[in-house]
Design a binder for this molecule. Sequence first.
Ligand SMILES: Cc1ncc(C[n+]2csc(CCOP(=O)(O)OP(=O)(O)O)c2C)c(N)n1
Ligand SMILES: [Mg+2]
Length: 547
Amino acid sequence: MPLGKFLFEYLYRRGVRHSFGVPGDFALPTFTWLEKSKIKSTTMTHEPAAGFAADAYARVNGIGLVCVTYCVGGLNVLNAIAGAYAEKSPVVVVSGAPGRKDREKDPLLHHKVKTFETQRRVYDEVTVASAVLLDEQRAASEIVRCVEACLRHKRPVYLEMPHDMVDREIPIIGVSAGVPAESDPHTLKAALDETLSLISAARKPVILAGVELARHHKAGLVVRMAERMNIPIAADLLSKSAIPETHPLYLGVYGGAMSSDEHVRKYVESADLVLMLGTFITDMSMGFYTAKLDRNRTVLATTERVSIRYHRYDSIQFGDFLGSIAAAKIKPRQFKHPNPHAVPLPLRKAERADPLKMVDVFRILSLHLDERCCVVADIGDAIFGAVGIRSEKQAQFIAPAYYMSMGFAVPASIGVALAAKKLRPYVIVGDGAFQMTGVEISTIVRLGLNPIIIILNNDGYGTMRSIRAGSFNVITQWNYSKICELVGGGESAVASTKGEFDATLTRAQKSDRVFVIELKIPRDDVSPQLATIGREVARVRGWAKKV
Ligand SMILES: Cc1ncc(C[n+]2csc(CCOP(=O)(O)OP(=O)(O)O)c2C)c(N)n1
Ligand SMILES: [Mg+2]
């Protein structure tokens, strides 16, 4: 079978239905096989956007694909793939490249940086497997090895396609997907015994559900376990919505001083056992060092390791560990919810003319969300304030809450919309982040997608301003609602009061086109979460706020 045909047939078989990218001469043979395959390919405005779209697609679909050309494309998408690595999103990067023949005598070819190996070597830092397909005999097994590693580790992989290899026939008989790793039974038993005795002894245990539960499809298992043991569950910013937020055992988002409310914070910090399952302990998710979690009362289980108090257990598979705890017989605990889920306060007539503040943005948005919505938050107050979103019906949530790269949300909404036809993306994006990748609305219009894009216009880099003021936080004021004219589609509106935002959201929900809402936010207004973060970052680093 020709190499290009095999690649896309295999990717299709393993779940890829859409690809995002930008072609280039070295990549044209690859793009031609992609076009002939059952995978639908979307050309984006710029490679970073293709990377963000593929990342979001992978988070929803279980595997994503980005196709680019050599170095100018591959290195352009690198930052998005670094984010996918950091936050565990399974993206396959396919890059066109100079041919096998071109590489003889090491000539200077366009797009080459230092050596023909440069791009591959750079990618080794942000992937779990990589291959340059220069050998027909090994090409199929290399593809299978990399794609399977992507699925197993939920992290990006890199496949380089020299242009003169793509049409060549390759042998595909005897290619095997390898055997999955197994837990060492003795280590698993020891870890399980220790964990179960801690759970049995605990009077006030809590589960801190992490993002790996979503990536490895273990959220349902953990919810059922929590129900049987009657143990409450909190999420963190990266895993927000992995656990149904309407569940009676769900407490809210924990993140130290950045928690969604004081009740969650108090409950988690006073618990005598915190089961951190699939949790990434990052500075941001722990509220910038404000979290108070004593290691002596935690069990941390991730795909990388299991740590119980001060003991560390290797050679345990995450799924085996979770499955064994979930299967254990533990008596249900007493649990009284400190803050049972309440519907957000409806908008009163008397407040409709009030100027819109960040805290109201999230409250009003919450009033409009249901299970058909997926909030996609960009970096800035869009993500910090989103901690406060809690709707009556369960909505999905996606954000790069650990790697925190601006420019994620608008392109990511394309990935979400293509991966889950039933979900309508609700993008929340700052004016600064919008200026990075907002023109991707052009692709949204071409594909006929209909996200609602809420631009928080607070006149510049509000997040940076709340840490340190300076002229470097100034950006150009755009007339954001004109973007629809520029790209030739969609609708737009501007809102500056609570009532206007509420009414515009209702209008947007009735529209079947992309709807851009520019919100005029007072320059110095921030969400309660950003106020805390700004203060803490400046304090921890010993910086005065205004310089
Ligand atoms: C790609 C990238 N560049 C720079 C930063 C640093 N950074 C974090 S927040 C921020 C400002 C965001 O501004 P805006 O999108 O307007 O949101 P706001 O903070 O005003 O809510 C910057 C520059 C980043 N996180 N990502
Ligand atoms: Mg801003």
